[in-house]
Ligand binder design. Structure first.
Ligand code: 5RP
Length: 295
């Protein structure tokens, strides 16, 4: 029933105050539909517009990777720390507690194992299932320069079309074959192709020279891939340099879950990404004390 007894005669309408417009500061996200922006805000902390994603999807092509033999034991205790978890629907349904609340970036491509040509992937998840799982995004491998380049790009563009319909963002993951050089020239090409063809965010490797040109040439957030396990301080330094060069976060796996101190390591990565802590500072605050058994 209308509230006829409490007419405020315009007082609460504040007619002199212009309507507030909120501008989404996440790179390239301002014109996206609301559901898409909302999901991206679950991945990229709106306070910093950066993310610390924990990647544990390695098993989709290489089986039980070191550190991921028992995801229930090694990863579930870490779920309070990352902004998002990159994983497979099999691991989500079997092992990741829905009550953890961690946003899922769902691996949505696959097919070949490490025994075959990895670029020969196809889409491996229906968008309908990603919706059912309440995924915050889907992830697809793109092999620029690889044997099956066009097929992998087509996997991505199909997921983008389906993601646009469902309001689910797509993470394009630039996979670099062994025969290719991970330099800025190659990464600029791969990242830009993903963004031009509709990826809402792109994951790529760091390169020591001119990584800032990779991020600046990409109109959507670039998230740095971790790669093989490095000494903790080196991994923190790489993350710091990537952020300084314009990356919108990291998606690290082995450098966190293969660390002897994964909780300390992810906390240190968070300090670098979200608080712009210097790598040495984050190392000394989190990793060193943990090594000495006090954390
Ligand atoms: C493959 C991926 C995986 O998520 C990636 O390998 C994970 O992380 P890391 O290399 O940091 O262990 O995207 O390209």
């Amino acid at each position: 029933m209308p509230d006829n007894d409490d007419l405020t005669d315009g007082e609460r309408f504040q007619t002199q105050v212009a309507a507030r417009a909120h501008v989404n500061q996440l790179k390239g996200a301002g014109a996206l539909d609301w559901g898409m922006q909302s999901r991206l805000a679950r991945i990229f902390n709106p306070g910093t517009n950066r993310t610390v994603m924990l990647a544990i999807d390695h098993g989709y092509f290489q089986g039980p990777t070191t550190g991921l033999e028992r995801v229930d034991l090694s990863i579930v205790p870490l779920l309070g720390y990352p902004d998002a978890l990159m994983t497979t629907r099999g691991m989500v349904r079997s092992t990741i507690p829905a009550t953890s609340g961690v946003p899922i970036v769902l691996r949505a491509s696959g097919g070949p194992s490490v025994l075959k040509d990895l670029s020969n992937e196809q889409i491996a998840v229906a968008m309908e299932d990603a919706v059912r799982l309440n995924a915050a995004a889907v992830a697809v491998q793109v092999f620029i320069g690889g044997e099956n380049e066009t097929q992998s790009v087509h996997n991505m563009t199909r997921l983008v079309d389906e993601g646009q319909r469902a309001g689910i963002p797509v993470l394009g993951v630039t996979a670099v074959g062994r025969e290719l050089v991970r330099d800025a020239r190659y990464l600029r090409l791969a990242v830009r192709i993903c963004a031009e063809l509709g990826a809402h965010m792109v994951k790529t490797y760091y390169c020591a020279e001119d990584f800032d040109t990779v991020t600046s040439g990409c109109p959507v957030p670039v998230v740095m891939a971790g790669g093989k396990k490095l000494p903790e301080l080196d991994a923190l330094t790489m993350a710091y340099n990537a952020i300084e060069a314009g990356a919108s976060g990291v998606d690290m796996g082995r450098n966190i879950f293969q660390s002897d101190q994964p909780v300390a390591m992810i906390r240190a990565v968070r300090a670098v990404v979200h608080d712009s802590a210097k790598p040495e500072q984050a190392y000394e605050e989190f990793v060193q004390p943990a090594q000495h058994g006090s954390s």
